[in-house]
Design a binder for this molecule. Structure first.
Ligand code: SF4
Length: 463
């Protein structure tokens, strides 16, 4: 039953009004909107709705190119790589599209044990990962202690050549004291995906259990930030609701967080609904590849300072195009199957749906083939305790380019020397040489000093 008590920032009428526009912007209006975004000003929902109506292929090409330019201005060439790690699939919710849903009898249930977490952590480290996102189901009493234990265990895994340096968590709404537990173990960004803001679609897909509480989900980022969490991330599961509505709603949500907490949303994750084991639910609002790319680009143009996160669950051609249209982070290299005992025997139940299971080396190679993206494993900000509004200020002053350029190059070289296959290393070293040539003198000097240290065997070097 739709409610009339939406939080004030989620103005459904304003979204509907913006979406009632049918006309494509003419060339002058399109130029004005793109120029505003290129000046790194967030767009209004009316401007974003206008971009949704662009239909001429030339205009669409301008839109995608501008999104790429905005990404370059704020983040430079970097694409940050993180691995999702599924640690539990027990869940008290019945979300019709999800393999973890309580009523799904086709998957085995599992809590990863601390030794298994260590083994999974080692596997991620051996691929070269430094950033992990913990994923689990949602129980009526969210297992915060379990999550906190997983974070502590993973931060202490060391595999000779490296460690995990940043752990973000994807969770449902928690109580203030539960967020404090996560903070006490040094969790990074707390990701709370609304999946769809379209109330009717949300209620149709989330039948029972904690996640069926649409309102609680909407309030969760506020509660987290009020409870001392410094970084939150928002997310969409495109296909659950009308994507046009969801894009405008997540913009309003991010604007609200910026206005009230000065921190905004650190990231917006943009995943498409995919078939899940044990679910015959089809996306009510399917999003084509072309629409998906447009979503990515509009989101980048609308919220210039926010990290846009895609996943290598998407076809390779598409996530690569996404990296040229505003994406700044990729989820990949999941060790969804961390146990030697797992098999792919027909009929055998597996605990976790296999997802972003590309090997990092392969993803890095794909990025390098474009000869422009710099895969980054940098964790300098968390190492320096830079988060929340401090991080946002740095991004707004375009510090991402001047400080993160050298740091990203150093983190990438650490990957190439310690984890990459010989061919990837060869491509990577060539790209680093080219990137160095293009850097201003001061940044180049800083990057070369860092590279010297990394080449001499030092790790975790940054400025
Ligand atoms: S709460 Fe999350 S894990 Fe559980 S069924 Fe819903 S989407 Fe899946």
């Amino acid at each position: 039953m739709p409610t009339d008590t939406l939080p004030p920032w989620l103005d459904a009428r304003a979204i509907d009004n913006a979406l009632s526009r049918e006309k494509a912007p003419d060339s002058a209006e399109l130029t004005d909107i793109l120029d505003k975004s290129l000046a790194l000003e967030p767009l209004s929902i009316q401007e974003a709705a206008a971009l949704m109506r662009v239909c001429e292929s030339e205009d669409l090409a301008r839109l995608l190119a501008a999104a790429d330019q905005v990404k370059q201005k704020v983040y430079g060439d970097r694409i940050v790589l993180s691995a999702p790690l599924h640690i539990s699939n027990h869940c008290g919710s019945e979300c019709v599209y999800c393999a973890n849903r309580r009523g799904n009898t086709t998957v085995a249930r599992k809590y990863m044990t601390p030794p298994e977490m260590r083994e999974a952590g080692r596997k991620l480290i051996r691929q070269g990962h430094k950033r992990v996102i913990l994923v689990s189901g949602q129980l009526p009493n969210a297992d915060v202690e379990y999550l906190a234990e997983a974070v502590s265990v993973l931060y202490t895994v060391f595999d000779g050549l490296g460690e995990i340096r940043r752990i973000n968590v994807s969770v449902g709404p928690l109580q203030p004291e539960e967020y404090a537990v996560l903070q006490s173990v040094d969790v990074g960004t707390v990701l709370i995906y609304q999946d769809t803001y379209h109330e009717q679609s949300y209620r149709a897909a989330h039948l029972s259990g904690p996640k069926s509480d649409y309102q609680a989900r909407l309030k969760a980022a506020d509660t987290a930030l009020q409870s001392g969490v410094t970084d939150t991330g928002l997310g969409l599961l495109l296909g659950l609701g009308p994507w046009q509505y969801d894009l405008l709603a997540v913009m309003l949500h991010a604007a609200h967080l910026t206005r009230v907490y000065d921190a905004g949303s650190r990231t917006v994750s943009m995943h498409r609904l995919r078939p899940a084991p044990g679910s015959s639910f089809a996306a009510p609002y399917p999003v084509s590849d072309g629409e998906y790319l447009r979503c990515v680009a509009i989101m980048r143009l609308a919220v210039p300072y926010t990290g846009i996160v895609l996943t290598t669950k998407e076809p390779a051609g598409l996530w690569r195009d996404g990296c040229n249209a505003g994406c700044s982070q990729l989820l990949t290299g999941s060790v969804a199957n961390p146990y030697e005992s797992w098999t792919e025997a027909p009929g055998e139940k597996v605990p976790f749906p296999i997802g972003e299971d590309c090997h990092v080396d392969e993803v890095v190679r794909f990025l390098l083939e474009e000869a422009r993206h710099l895969p980054s494993f940098c964790t300098a900000c968390p190492r320096l305790g830079r988060s929340g509004s401090e991080f946002l200020s740095m991004v707004q002053e375009c510090g991402m380019k001047s400080q993160c350029g050298p740091n990203s190059i150093a983190s990438f070289m650490e990957f190439l020397l310690n984890y990459a296959t010989p061919y990837t290393r060869q491509l990577g070293e060539k790209l680093i040489a080219e990137k160095l040539d293009g850097l201003p003198e001061q940044e180049r000097g800083a990057a070369e000093r860092l590279l010297q240290k990394v080449r001499s065997g030092r790790m975790d070097e940054f400025i």
